[in-house]
Ligand binder design. Structure first.
Ligand SMILES: [Zn+2]
Length: 60
């Protein structure tokens, strides 16, 4: 995924910065405990498409 893109994307829920998880191809918002999928290099920043982080993932 384009790293310039990462600097402009924000969480649609809290408007905060997202962390890119390259391994899982997800953009993670720790405060909300949500992970947004990245499909074909395009972040899908929709709350209803996001995955809820597990307790383990929220802690790390
Ligand atoms: Zn958020």
């Amino acid at each position: 995924m384009d790293h310039r893109l990462l600097e402009i994307v924000a969480c649609p829920v809290c408007n905060g910065k997202l962390q890119y998880n390259q391994q899982q191809q997800e953009l993670v918002c720790k405060p909300d405990g949500l992970a947004y999928p990245v499909r074909d290099g395009i972040p899908v920043l929709l709350e209803n498409e996001a995955r809820t982080l597990t307790a383990d993932e929220s802690l790390s």
